[in-house]
Write a protein that binds this ligand. Structure first.
Ligand SMILES: Nc1ncnc2c1ncn2[C@@H]1O[C@H](COP(=O)(O)OP(=O)(O)O)[C@@H](O)[C@H]1O
Ligand SMILES: [Mg+2]
Length: 341
């Protein structure tokens, strides 16, 4: 059986979280783990399993976003021969495989409505039928869901079943983003740095330079712990040896003078070579007479909204994204009524 990875953290916010996880783990109820990408939701789900009475049973993981709706259903509930083209034999699904154990459903907010209906029934009664089957299967599985979206809002918008949400959210464990527990940044960085140094067979890990420390503490970490792990591992392996403290953090590995420019208004591969691109490209211009001030005003607002969304409403990050000062960004947001004054 695979052992869970070590969960690192010592900030008060992190310890509160661990406390909540330890209290929720032994209760045989479905749970929801909510948090931004890379905050450690999957790790927490594993901990919930290993601290429960089911610890010596199966811990199954499945990402709901990776599969088309019909595939998702047969993956979760299995299928009978002839259920669809290509289904020659009977196949058990994840629920059967996870019987007596736990099933972690990642990105549960992306699940199609039909699968949600079946999921609700199996959570409530432990019963389901395989796709294309009539026999009712009974299982005993603890479901832990994870999401980085606002599920109550999704339910209000008709994209997630309210009854399933009520059932799943017996309790909700919200994992704080890394920028809300900055005390953990250096601790985690050292942990990942040491592991990488071991992998490179360095004799010791020399730690980070003072500048690297500062940069790490200043960064907002939109990709959270996954991002930190990558930044640290990249910096360590780019260093020649294990003699000098690690410096030279690269936060954006795409950063390069040769980076292909982003197309305004969407992503499109394979533009013909004759077509201009990026900064030098002329945007599509209207052929009708225009009110220039109004058009610029609209464009400015759209850029501000886009930056805020892109940076998950972190104003400092959005300012950086637009190459504005923090005050300039705040001024713009106020002007367009995007924040209260
Ligand atoms: N508290 C932690 N201590 C050590 N590593 C962590 C911690 N939280 C997350 N990680 C690591 O960060 C990465 C992302 O974690 P994961 O659980 O997959 O995040 P999520 O599911 O929220 O996107 C993984 O490599 C995981 O091992
Ligand atoms: Mg994940």
């Amino acid at each position: 059986m695979n052992q869970p990875d070590q969960i690192i953290g010592s900030s008060p916010t992190f310890l509160d979280l661990m406390d909540k996880v330890s209290r929720a783990a032994p209760l045989d109820r479905p749970l929801l783990v909510v948090g931004e990408r890379g905050t450690g939701k999957e790790m927490i789900a594993a901990r919930l399993h290993f601290l429960s009475q089911r610890w010596n049973q199966v811990f199954q993981k499945m990402n709901c976003a990776a599969l088309a709706p019909t595939l998702l259903e047969s993956e979760l509930f299995g299928y009978e021969p002839g259920a669809f083209t290509g289904a020659r034999t009977r196949r058990a699904g994840r629920f059967e495989a996870a019987n007596n154990g736990s099933l972690f459903l990642d990105e549960i907010g992306t699940m199609a409505m039909e699968a949600q209906e079946k999921l609700l029934r199996v959570i409530e009664y432990g019963e389901f039928e395989r796709v294309g089957g009539t026999e009712t299967i009974t299982v005993d599985v603890r479901v832990v869901g994870a999401t980085n979206i606002d599920l109550p809002a999704a339910a209000d918008a008709g994209q997630f079943r309210h009854d399933l949400l009520d059932r799943l959210a017996f309790d909700v464990i919200t994992v704080p983003p890394l920028r809300e527990r900055r005390d953990d940044i250096i601790l985690l960085a050292n942990h990942f740095g040491m592991a990488m140094a071991r992998e490179l067979e360095w004799l010791t890990f020399p730690g980070f330079s003072g500048k690297a420390h500062e940069e790490m503490l200043d960064h907002d970490w939109p990709g959270n712990i996954r991002e930190l792990k990558n930044v640290v591992e990249r910096a360590v392996y780019c260093q020649w040896d294990g003699e000098q403290p690690v410096c030279g953090l690269v936060f954006d590995p795409f950063d390069s003078p040769y980076r292909p420019p982003a197309a305004l208004g969407g992503i499109k591969e394979d533009r013909p070579a004759s077509e201009p691109a990026g900064q030098n490209a002329k945007p599509k211009l209207p052929t009708e007479p225009q009110d220039m001030k109004q058009a610029l005003h609209h464009h400015e607002r759209a850029l501000l909204e886009q930056a805020m969304e892109q940076c998950r409403f972190n104003q400092r990050a959005a300012a950086k994204w637009l190459n504005l000062s923090y005050d300039q960004l705040r001024h713009g947001l106020k002007k367009h009524g995007l924040i209260g004054s």
